[in-house]
Design a protein around this ligand. Structure first.
Ligand SMILES: C[S@@+](CC[C@H](N)C(=O)[O-])C[C@H]1O[C@@H](n2cnc3c(N)ncnc32)[C@H](O)[C@@H]1O
Length: 284
């Protein structure tokens, strides 16, 4: 596709973008993307994709105040397994699942080299099999879902996977959810652009155009990344949707999935509003 056709396609797209119509997440599970993203996960100078080891350590300190010694914990969307590894170093048993191939492979290699009691599975949260509980050898003491990725799923998807996660927990087991609170959503349209030699989306020079919209009907932020390769004119479109749940809506959703005794908790260290969010701890 040449530059002119790419521009035609870009201009013909809906502006502002509409939510939940096609893709709703960046392409975590694409092999090349996941390889580039792995470098971001592991870069200790940024909290992007994964918080740095010091912050994760402090999160695990807090998590240990919520779970018994020697717990079996399932980490949803575990990425390179940084939380699982640390839990296993502290005597817990950890199972993580994700659908991004490069981080998963790194998580397994690290776990083998340190001889940690960790297992990593390749599953898409939106397509969990009915026998998922048996695959992870539950029942579990806790299920964790860190870093606000929860908000990148539509209400229908969340209603589908929450009961499946709950069924993995023993009675009284904890679901620990770090979510992006309603008040951090900007709820305005805007655009941004930059010229870069490479990014997580593409390792060749490109123009990176970003559009942000907010759909009030569905309370969803839509973030579109247009990647226009400078030399070839090739154009890729990636869409991220983030659903804004109010605390009241979130608590009702968790109750609907059968969780009880919810406790809201502020961000664990409060170090960064951009990279650390509040949590809700609730019981199966
Ligand atoms: C922001 S990263 C956080 C990684 C890890 N929890 C951490 O804090 O270090 C979000 C993770 O969720 C995973 N993820 C997103 N959608 C997923 C899905 N549908 N199924 C499984 N994993 C998913 C991504 O691949 C990515 O590793």
């Amino acid at each position: 596709m040449d530059h002119a056709h790419s521009l035609e396609r870009l201009l013909a797209a809906p502006h502002p973008p509409r939510p939940w119509e096609d893709e709703h997440q960046i392409p975590w599970h694409d092999p090349a993307f996941s390889q580039r993203m792995l470098q971001v996960h592991l870069d200790p100078s940024t909290h992007m994709a994964s918080r740095n080891p010091e912050l994760i350590d402090r999160h695990i300190d807090w998590l240990e105040s919520q779970i018994p010694a020697g717990s079996h914990v399932l980490d949803v969307g575990c990425g390179p397994g940084l939380y699982c590894h640390e839990l296993a170093r502290r005597g817990h048993r950890a199972t993580g699942f994700d659908f991004a191939p490069a981080p998963l492979e790194w998580a397994r290699t690290k776990s083998q080299s340190e001889k940690l009691d960790c297992h990593f599975l390749n599953h898409d949260l939106t397509k969990l099999p009915d026998d998922f509980t048996t695959l992870i050898e539950g029942p579990l003491d806790a299920v964790t879902f860190w870093f606000g990725e929860f908000n990148s799923f539509s209400p229908a998807m969340v209603r589908e996977f929450l009961p499946k996660l709950k069924s993995c927990l023993r009675r009284g087991g904890k679901f620990i959810l770090e979510y992006q609170p309603d008040d951090i959503f900007v709820k305005e349209e805007s655009t941004d652009w930059s010229v870069v030699n490479s990014s997580v989306f593409c390792d060749r020079p490109h123009l990176w155009l970003q559009e942000f919209g907010y759909d009030e009907d569905s309370d969803t932020e839509v973030h579109v990344h247009w990647i226009l390769e400078t030399e070839s004119g090739s154009l890729q479109r990636y869409v991220q949707c983030h659903k804004a749940w109010t605390d009241t809506q979130l608590l009702a959703l968790l109750a609907e999935a059968g969780f009880s005794e919810p406790m809201m908790h502020p961000a664990i260290t409060g170090e960064s509003e951009e990279f650390e969010f509040p949590l809700v701890v609730t019981s199966a």
